[in-house]
Design a protein around this ligand. Sequence first.
Ligand SMILES: N[C@@H](CCC(=O)N[C@@H](CS)C(=O)NCC(=O)O)C(=O)O
Length: 340
Amino acid sequence: MQLFNKLVTIGLAAALALPFAAHAESTLDVVKKRGQVICGVNVGLGGFSLPDSQGKWKGLDVDMCAAVAAAVLGDSTKTKFVPLSAQQRFLALQSGEIDMLVRNSTITLERDASLGIQYAGVNFYDGQGFMVAKKAGVKKLAELAGATICVAQGTTHEFNMAGYFRSRNLTIKPVVYESQDLMYQAFFGGRCDAMTQDSSALASALATRGMQADYEILPELISKEPLGPFTRRGDDQWLTVVRWSLFAMLEAEEKDVTQANVDEQLKSNDPLIKRLLGVTAGNGKALGLDEKWAYNIIKQVGNYGESFERNVGMGSPLKLQRGINALWTKGGLMYPLPLR
Ligand SMILES: N[C@@H](CCC(=O)N[C@@H](CS)C(=O)NCC(=O)O)C(=O)O
């Protein structure tokens, strides 16, 4: 009996210790051993994360994940994408199902402080917008008083919208959908007067369906939606790797280092470019990565501007302007911290 009790106690202690042991090992070590980065992404958001006709995932969020794979494993294709709904996403990260979440997810205090996750940076500055059918003739948000508005569950949008209209003494009728697909079906099927989402997601919904002629996005944005990658709380080393992978893409743009000229740039005299590309060693060692980590990102994925243009900018069906997503040197908010 005593032995049994002891065994039970040991078993219990082992079971309790397990989650801690699993979390004690840095995600960086786990990823290096596994040889793959597992990223949580949107189930399908053209421009951010969507599989192409060959099943290859493409988009700005996908590139962020590919950049981390290039930095850590020297190969941007060593990735696995796990499509997640708005509701599932944070739990999937917290439970260890994925290594990082890059799923057009807004950074908010509540999410950063209380969900067992931490944001690593901002890869797209967005805001919440509204879409209406052109034939409705609505030009301003105030004209939506009394309207039914389609919104998706588990997003920041339900909360923002309620507050916005309530504080202006305007009544609206929100219709909440469990998933984005159901919401799009409902809206394009004419069941709501308007639909609300991140403005980029609205642009994506229109571009993917080729419906720009019949619908428009109202110019007013009601919130700040800084979107970015998240990692698990308590894994500082991994957080640092993801954060500086994003900064490396931004720094490359700032220094005009591109996918096409990166090999040429290895001969640059600029001390910051030398440091970025690992010609001068130090950054790689500090991060626990090969000195070629940033070179590999740029060579295989490109700099931030290249990723932006190809996925959501003028080289894409979304045709978004850089706007506040331009570099700080060009009047935008993108400011890579010094890579030295
Ligand atoms: N940035 C917002 C919205 C993100 C989001 O998930 N938006 C769409 C996708 S574009 C959505 O509503 N999805 C619902 C779902 O996946 O179930 C947030 O982080 O809450």
